[in-house]
Design a protein around this ligand. Structure first.
Ligand code: FAD
Length: 395
């Protein structure tokens, strides 16, 4: 079999690794639309941004896999697909494949700000974005980050410096709406940035070098937008297999076309834990969906059924979340100390997620318990900690 993979990010690399480990009998053509060898994205907004200039430390695939003889790397963007004929067209030529896996990820959204050219607004989605941001920092004293999610707070921590003032501007009514209010409050308190919510940006004033907003003028030398990303689904959409919401797939990562699969954060599928169809942007989604696809291509299909998890480093604070919840889910505090915080997110008695701040032990226990099945709020409260609940489930 000749397999074509479009994209060489997290999901593509996990797929490659699992296929090679599973002794895949065939050739793998990987179309990499970026100029760099596959790299990890999470460090781009974390410690790497602060401390390193060396892209090789971000390498995603170990050497024996990257240079494996069954892989052919094609360093260019795919321009179009013809699934029926199994054709992939690039500016370097047209390639014939038996099956295609779309692992095209997402593109960062840039806001339009009158008075500020789009190129002047930074985003962080690729290694080139991060390298460009690093170069632009010299002499900058006022940094404005638009958006108040995990990425914004990670960037604030990584860019913190006594010579700089960092401001986070949120359109919504609160920062970090993905997590419990108590978790968000902790992270907001620790952030090396001032945070304003309910902000509407009118324009950039070149004369005063300030963003004009409903909260007054905000001095700004450099703007970073961290307001989300949109799925790279154009190739699939052109073949009737996707839309601006992503690429729909079944629980085996198969699109509506038998010769096309989709994995990673571009894929749109039923999330058993949430019991609804949702696209998820996280490493766990990229790895788990790739793993499901690999098993199917290796001839022993297993449906997607894993529990999502997520982490975010904000300076010295490490937030880890097991499970996934709706923003409206109830929140109950399980552990609170000066350094640690463990919040339970739940719908009545059903625990949907555990947020663990600086508590890797609680997070690991939560993952194990959620993997075992439904978890009840009262059981956790009675046990006093997730770890204690895990221990009691074993005895
Ligand atoms: C700065 C940053 C920090 C993050 N931090 C975390 C974190 O702490 N925890 C966490 O769980 N997740 C984090 N994420 C999210 C995580 O990195 C992504 O969810 C994950 O990389 C998604 O993997 P993917 O393979 O679906 O997409 P990607 O890794 O984005 O890979 C997609 C690739 O496809 C390529 N491509 C697109 N179109 C084409 C085409 N036509 N031809 C060829 N190639 C194409 C793209 O250029 C890209 O290289 C972070 C992301 C970023 C950007």
């Amino acid at each position: 079999m000749r397999l074509g993979i479009v994209g060489a990010g997290q999901a593509a690399c996990t797929l490659i690794a699992e296929l090679i480990r599973g002794d895949f009998k065939g050739d793998i053509l990987v179309f990499n639309g970026e100029t760099h060898a596959p790299y990890q994205r999470p460090p781009l907004s974390k410690n790497w941004l602060k401390t390193s200039d060396d892209p090789t430390s971000l390498r995603l695939l170990p050497e024996p896999l990257e240079t494996h003889p069954s892989i052919q790397w094609i360093q260019t963007s795919v321009q179009s697909l013809s699934p029926d004929q199994g054709l992939v067209t690039t500016d370097q030529g047209t390639y014939s494949v038996d099956h295609l896996v779309l692992a095209t990820g997402t593109t960062a959204i840039k806001p339009s700000i009158p008075g500020l050219a789009s190129e002047s607004i930074h985003v962080i989605r690729t290694l080139d974005h991060a390298l460009r941001l690093k170069k632009s920092l010299e002499g900058v004293t006022n940094i404005t980050i638009i958006g108040a999610g995990f990425l914004a707070f990670e960037l604030a921590s990584s860019l913190a410096d006594p010579s700089r003032t960092i401001r986070i501007l949120a359109k919504g009514i609160r920062a970090l709406p993905q997590v419990a209010v108590k978790t968000a409050d902790r992270l907001v308190d620790q952030a090396p940035a001032s945070i304003r919510v309910g902000v509407e940006i009118e324009r950039f004033d070149e004369t005063t070098k300030a963003l004009v907003t409903n909260h007054g003028s905000i001095p700004t030398d450099l703007v970073i937008a961290a307001i989300g990303a949109q799925p790279n689904a154009e190739l699939a959409t052109a073949c009737g297999l996707g839309s601006s919401d992503g690429i729909p797939v079944d629980e085996f990562m198969q699109t509506a076309h038998p010769k096309v699969s989709a994995i990673g954060e571009v894929s749109l599928h039923h999330q058993p834990h949430l019991n609804r169809i949702q696209r998820i942007e996280s490493i766990s989604e990229a790895n788990d969906s790739a793993s499901v696809c690999a098993k199917r291509l290796l001839g022993h299909p297993e449906p997607f059924q894993t529990i999502p998890w997520f982490w975010s480093d904000q300076g010295d604070a490490k937030l880890q979340i097991a499970g996934l919840c709706d923003r409206t889910d109830e929140e109950t505090c399980l552990i609170e100390s000066e350094t640690e915080l463990v919040m339970i997110r739940h719908q009545g008695q059903r625990v949907t997620a555990i947020e663990a701040l600086n508590s890797a032990k609680e997070f690991m226990a939560a993952r194990r318990l959620l993997d075992q099945g439904d978890l009840a709020l009262d059981d956790l409260l009675q046990a006093g900690s997730v770890f204690a609940r895990l221990q009691s489930s074993r005895s």
